[in-house]
Design a protein. Structure first.
Length: 198
C-alpha cells in the first residue's frame, strides 16, 4: 500500500514539480540506518546535505514549496490542526506494530472501538465546518493529502483487527473527501507515474 507518513510529502513534491529521490528503506535495512536519523524514525528529508525530521515539519516544507500550504494565518492553523490530529491517530497505529500478536489484537480492537471513531468523527466535523470540501480554505492543501492517506490506511484492510469499513460507518464524508483528493489531477498524475490505480 502506498501510504505512511512520507506519502503526503511525495505527492506534494510531485504536484509542485519538485524533483526528489524517493529512498524507501526496506525493513531489513532499517536497523542499520536508524542510528543515522535525527530522532530514530522516518521520514527524513535531505536537502543540500542538511536533514529535516518529523513528518509534519517535512510535509509543511513540501507544502510551502508546492504551494499547497495556506498563506493565510488562520487557514494555515486549520491545516496544522488537521495534520496534528491525523498524526495522533498514526502514532497510535505505530505503537501497535511491534506488539506480540495477542496484545496487538487487543490494542487495535480497543482503538477501533473508541479513539479511532472519535478522531474520525471530529475530523469530519472540521471538514463540514470548512464547507465540506477541503480542510483549510477552498482548495487542496497538505492537510487534505494527510487526511486522505489516513483514510486509505484505515480502509485498506492492512491493519489486522481494524474493520476496513470503519471510516465509512463512522465518517462517510471523510471517505468522500478521500475520493475527491484521489481524483485531483495532480494526485492522479503522481499515482499514474507509479502505475498505481487509485
Amino acid at each position: 500500500m502506498h501510504g505512511g507518513r512520507g506519502e503526503p510529502v511525495r505527492i506534494a513534491f510531485s504536484i509542485g514539480g519538485i524533483p526528489f529521490e524517493d529512498d524507501r528503506v526496506p525493513f531489513a535495512e532499517w536497523g542499520a540506518r536508524k542510528p543515522g536519523t535525527p530522532f530514530g524514525s522516518l521520514p527524513v528529508l535531505e536537502v543540500d546535505g542538511k536533514t529535516l525530521a518529523q513528518s509534519n515539519a517535512i510535509t509543511r516544507y513540501a507544502g510551502r514549496l508546492a504551494r499547497l500550504y495556506p498563506s493565510d494565518p488562520w487557514e494555515a492553523a486549520l491545516c496544522d490542526e488537521t495534520m496534528d490530529a491525523v498524526e495522533d491517530v498514526i502514532t497510535e497505529v505505530a505503537a501497535t506494530m511491534a506488539l506480540p500478536e495477542e496484545a496487538k489484537k487487543a490494542r487495535r480492537q480497543a482503538l477501533a472501538a473508541g479513539p479511532f471513531p472519535f478522531y474520525l468523527e471530529r475530523l469530519q466535523r472540521k471538514l463540514e465546518a470548512n464547507g465540506g470540501k477541503y480542510f483549510a480554505g477552498a482548495s487542496l492543501t497538505i492537510a487534505d493529502l494527510k487526511a486522505a492517506i489516513l483514510i486509505r490506511m484505515l480502509s485498506s484492510g492492512v491493519l489486522d483487527h481494524v474493520p476496513a469499513d470503519l471510516p465509512e460507518k463512522t465518517a462517510p464524508q471523510l471517505v468522500e473527501h478521500y475520493a475527491r483528493v484521489m481524483d485531483d489531477p495532480g494526485v492522479k498524475a503522481y499515482y499514474a507515474k507509479l502505475g498505481v490505480e487509485v
